[in-house]
Design a protein around this ligand. Structure first.
Ligand SMILES: Nc1ncnc2c1ncn2[C@@H]1O[C@H](COP(=O)(O)OP(=O)(O)O)[C@@H](O)[C@H]1O
Ligand SMILES: [Mg+2]
Length: 301
């Protein structure tokens, strides 16, 4: 494990506590093992490697964030873990068993709203339970419990189009958790929400995670989000994608928005920024070859 280098003094002082916390987490059972994973797209004649050599062990009830620049394969990784896509090399084990195909042991929440528009909120949450063979009355009872957990009991008979974006995602979380997954895979679930709703959803997600025995694999490109939510952060690089670093998050739990200005928070964010937005040699290449069409721009700089 690579620690965050160049941390502020305060972070160094915290370090023993952080190490102890992660030593405890490492003693928990392994839920998900990603081993030397590779994914190629394109045919045999012209394969293109999206990522390779990605290795990650996730322990029970860990909250892992994956960050990386657009196109580095974050969604592809999530889809492989979900069983919606096949790896080209390496393997993914859930509770020691290789994943091949989707299953109720994995819950998914995507950025786009994926609720069935023709079903009520409650019926959306019941859907997977009934598909899994639960009797209707029990599925209904469980759906109600999950809707209660995400604070949407009074909307059980509403249809998705009557809900705000944040509420839709709360239903999606309830639906994903209802079938009792071992791991919840979330691919930029709050990416389409406005900043205020997103912050609120992050808070809700931490509350839910504290109450439910579930492990979370959370994809994001938002550094604040990764820092606020995670136990550890897997940083993927691009071209081809690979694991650049696996970082232990030193920000103590329980988390609160007040921590956004703490030294640990800022140190970690700076570390992530270094990976995601490396300083670039511009040599003028970031200047667009603009032809001047009007004089309108003369006074703006
Ligand atoms: N089904 C596919 N066929 C071919 N290329 C794909 C497919 N899905 C994703 N890709 C390519 O793989 C790369 C990684 O995509 P993706 O996992 O969506 O990245 P991210 O989520 O990090 O933005 C992109 O270059 C994308 O164009
Ligand atoms: Mg993506």
């Amino acid at each position: 494990m690579i620690a965050i280098d160049l941390p502020p003094e305060e972070y160094l002082q915290q370090r023993p506590h952080v190490s102890e916390r992660f030593a405890r987490i490492r003693k928990r059972p392994l839920i998900l093992s990603v081993r030397n994973l590779r994914k190629d797209f394109g045919g045999d004649d012209q394969p293109r490697t999206v990522f390779e050599g990605v290795t990650l062990d996730i322990h029970r009830r860990e909250f892992i964030c994956v960050i990386g620049p657009s196109g580095c394969g974050k969604s592809t990784l999530a889809r492989i873990v979900a069983g919606l896509d096949e790896a080209s090399g390496g393997e993914v084990l859930l509770d020691g068993v290789p994943i091949n195909g989707p299953g109720p042991d994995r819950g998914m929440v995507f950025q786009g709203y994926t609720l069935f528009p023709w079903l009520t909120v409650k019926a959306n949450v019941m859907f997977g339970l009934e598909m899994g063979g639960q009797a209707r009355s029990i599925a209904e009872q469980e759906a109600r419990q999950w809707l209660d957990m995400v604070g949407l009991s009074s909307f059980e008979n509403a249809y998705p189009q009557e809900l705000s974006g944040g509420m839709k995602q709360r239903v999606a979380i309830a639906r994903a958790l209802a079938s009792g997954p071992r791991i919840l895979i979330m691919d930029e679930p709050f990416g389409a929400l406005d900043a205020q709703t997103r912050a609120q959803m992050q808070g809700y997600l931490l509350q839910i995670w504290r109450k439910v025995d579930v492990t979370i694999l959370f994809i994001t490109h938002d550094l604040d989000e990764a820092t606020y939510l995670s136990d550890r952060i897997l940083v993927l690089g691009a071209n081809p994608g690979r694991a650049v670093e696996l970082i232990e998050n030193p920000v103590p739990r329980p988390r609160s928005v007040d921590q956004f200005q703490s030294s640990e928070f800022l140190a970690l964010k700076r570390r992530l920024e270094h990976h995601i937005h490396p300083p670039v040699e511009t040599d003028g290449v970031d200047l667009l070859p603009m032809v001047k069409l009007t004089h309108a721009g003369d006074e703006v700089e």
